[in-house]
Design a protein around this ligand. Structure first.
Ligand code: GSH
Length: 203
């Protein structure tokens, strides 16, 4: 399998880290959706990172859909989705909040980097920033009583995505989301960063 995209994208990174944790081999092709637009479009004209190219040439996009496929290739003991329904609901809540945080961070980054200063719309930026802070307040609460990992005593998809979202936001908009904003997430992020799959796929 070929994974197209850069590890500085939280969506690409959650796929890369998860494939590594599931022991699924893949070749990373670090193309940027901006700097390598033509090369990316030659592979996938929709230009979405991550793009997973299967051995028969089929392309999958959207990190969540790619990860759902990847679990189909994996024995159950390596699944990153918890088995018990209560744990599954808790995980889906965490993943939803973390992905919303990634989306809002990305929107702020695109607004700051791509739009000329005179075309920036302050009320829109303020709205996204409030959504981002709300997502992290709720996400931190999910981890406030968690000792190590959310479920099953091992790192699963929710932990991976929450840690990657936090690292991405801290790297991208540290002025908006401070370390003090989410202490439980900051601690989770440190635990996750020490995992071999994270070390092998750092942004
Ligand atoms: N919900 C998607 C988001 C993917 C996404 O937006 N990726 C960015 C790169 S970080 C991208 O492809 N941007 C280019 C564009 O949307 O034009 C996922 O989970 O894969």
């Amino acid at each position: 399998m070929r994974l197209i995209g850069m590890l500085d994208s939280p969506y690409v990174r959650r796929v890369a880290v998860s494939l590594a944790m599931m022991d699924l081999p893949f070749a990373l092709e670090p193309l940027s959706v901006f700097r390598d637009l033509d090369a990316f479009a030659a592979i996938n004209p929709v230009v979405k990172a991550p793009t997973l190219v299967l051995d028969d040439g089929t392309q999958l996009i959207n990190s969540t859909l790619i990860l759902a496929y990847a679990e189909r290739l994996t024995p159950i003991e390596r699944h990153l989705t918890p088995a018990a329904v209560d744990d599954y609901v808790a995980a889906q809540r965490v993943i939803g909040l973390a992905l919303a945080a990634c989306e809002k961070t990305m929107q702020i980054a695109y607004e700051r980097r791509l739009r000329p200063a005179e075309k920036q719309h302050q009320p829109w930026l303020e709205r996204i920033q409030a959504q981002l802070i709300a997502a992290y307040t709720l996400l931190d609460a999910c981890y406030s009583k968690v000792d190590e990992w959310l479920a099953e005593g091992r790192p699963l998809q929710a932990d991976i995505t929450a840690a990657i979202a936090w690292q991405f936001t801290r790297a991208t908009v540290p002025d908006i989301v401070t370390l003090q904003r989410a202490p439980a997430l900051a601690a989770l992020s440190l635990r996750a960063a020490a995992l071999p799959a994270f070390l092998a796929n750092s942004g």
